[in-house]
Write a protein that binds this ligand. Structure first.
Ligand SMILES: Nc1ncnc2c1ncn2[C@@H]1O[C@H](COP(=O)(O)OP(=O)(O)O)[C@@H](O)[C@H]1O
Ligand SMILES: [Mg+2]
Length: 319
C-alpha cells in the first residue's frame, strides 16, 4: 500500500488548532461534541465513547498526504468518507459482519443526536477489539508493491511473474498485510510473518475475507467505470465474531483509477489526491510537518474529486 497515504501517525491537537485561519465555512477540521468523551483522535476521524460498548466515529475534513495531516481541510470530504463507507458496509454484509449500529443521527444516543454538525459525517458502531493489522488486497502492481517488485521481483516477499509493468493487473488478487503501528509508518509483512504474529487460523481468515471483499468490490466498481487497484481493510472482534471495522473502500483507504485513463506501464492519476500531491511536490515541501496550506483551487478540485468518486460508485450525488 502507499504508505505515504495510509500510515497511522496520529495528528496532535496543536497541529489541528494551528490551522484555525484556514477553516472554510463548511469544513470541519476537528469535531466538537460537548458532553461526550473522546476515545481517540486519529488522522482523519474523531472517535467518541457512546455507551453500551458503542463508539461514534466522526469523519472530519482533514486530509493527510505523505503521512502528514495538512493544515487545510477539504469541504465535504468527511461526509463522502462516511457515506461511501456506509454504502459499502451495506453491500458487503453477506461477506463479513461489520461494526455499523446506526447511520442516522436521529437514531444516535445523546449528546450526539443533538449535535447537528455531525450530520452525514458520523456513524454509531460497535467497539471492537481491533486486530492490529492492515489487511491489504491488491489486484494491480502499484505503489509500494511496484517499488518492491521493480527492485527485487517480489511483492510482500513472494516471487512474482517476470516482466510485469507498473499498474499491470495481477492474475489473481493478492493479500499483502502490514502492521498497524500506533505511530509512524506501517510496515509490510509477509504472510508467514502474519501467521507467526496472529496464528495461522486467524491469518487465513483475514486473507480469505480480504480477498473476497476485494473481488466483490472490484467487480462492482468496474461496472461503474472505476478500477479498484488496491484497498485496505481493518478487522476486529466483537463477542468473538470477526467484524469489519473502520472505513471501507473509500478514496482514503483505496486506490481507485478511472478505467478509461488506465494504461499499464504508467501511473494512472489517483482519483482523489492528485491535485494535492502535485501541488505539494511542486511547492518543494520536504514532507516533514508542518505542511503548507493549500490554495483555494486545490481545495476545490480535491473536494470535487471526492464528491465525484462518491457519485460514480453510488450512482447518485451525495445528499
Ligand atoms: N469498531 C471499531 N472499534 C474499535 N476501533 C475502531 C473501530 N473502527 C475504527 N476503529 C479505529 O478508530 C480509528 C479511526 O480513526 P482514523 O482517523 O482512521 O485513525 P488512523 O490515524 O489510525 O488511521 C482507527 O484507529 C481505527 O483502527
Ligand atoms: Mg484510518
Amino acid at each position: 500500500m502507499n504508505r505515504g497515504e495510509r500510515g497511522s501517525g496520529a495528528a496532535g491537537p496543536s497541529e489541528l488548532d494551528r490551522s484555525g485561519a484556514a477553516i472554510g465555512p463548511q469544513a470541519t477540521i476537528s469535531s466538537k461534541v460537548s458532553g461526550a468523551k473522546l476515545f481517540r483522535r486519529g488522522k482523519v476521524r474523531d472517535v467518541y465513547e457512546a455507551g453500551h460498548g458503542n463508539l461514534v466515529m466522526v469523519a472530519s475534513d482533514r486530509l493527510s498526504a505523505f503521512d502528514v495531516v495538512l493544515p487545510t481541510p477539504i469541504p465535504q470530504k468527511g461526509r463522502v468518507l462516511t457515506q461511501l463507507s456506509n454504502f459499502w458496509f451495506e453491500r458487503t454484509r453477506s461477506i463479513v459482519p461489520n461494526h455499523v449500529v446506526e447511520t442516522r443521527l436521529d437514531d444516535f444516543p445523546e449528546p450526539f443526536r443533538s449535535t447537528p454538525s455531525l450530520e452525514g459525517r458520523a456513524v454509531l458502531v460497535k467497539q471492537c477489539d481491533r486486530v492490529d493489522i492492515e489487511c491489504v488486497a491488491r489486484g494491480y502492481v502499484s505503489g509500494s508493491a511496484w517499488a518492491e517488485y521493480a527492485k527485487s521481483g517480489t511483492i510482500a516477499g513472494e516471487r512474482m511473474p517476470r516482466g510485469m509493468r507498473e499498474s499491470e493487473r495481477l492474475g489473481d488478487p493478492i493479500f499483502t498485510p502490514a502492521t498497524k503501528a500506533m505511530t509512524g509508518h506501517d510496515e509490510n509483512i509477509s504472510r508467514a510473518q502474519l501467521a507467526a504474529m496472529v496464528g495461522s487460523d486467524l491469518a487465513k481468515k483475514l486473507e480469505d475475507v480480504t480477498i473476497a471483499l476485494y473481488r466483490s468490490a472490484h467487480a462492482y466498481a468496474l461496472g461503474r467505470g472505476l478500477i479498484l487497484a488496491d484497498t485496505k481493510f481493518e478487522l476486529g472482534f466483537h463477542s468473538g465474531v470477526l467484524t469489519l471495522i473502520d472505513e471501507v473502500l473509500t478514496p482514503d483507504s483505496s486506490r481507485y483509477w478511472d478505467a478509461v485513463r488506465y494504461r499499464p506501464g504508467s501511473t494512472p492519476p489517483s482519483f482523489d489526491k492528485q491535485y494535492v500531491r502535485d501541488f505539494l511536490t511542486a511547492s518543494g515541501w520536504n514532507r516533514e510537518p508542518p505542511a503548507p496550506t493549500l490554495p483555494a483551487e486545490v481545495v476545490e478540485g480535491t473536494s470535487q474529486r471526492y464528491l465525484e468518486c462518491y457519485e460514480r460508485i453510488v450512482g447518485r450525488p451525495l445528499a
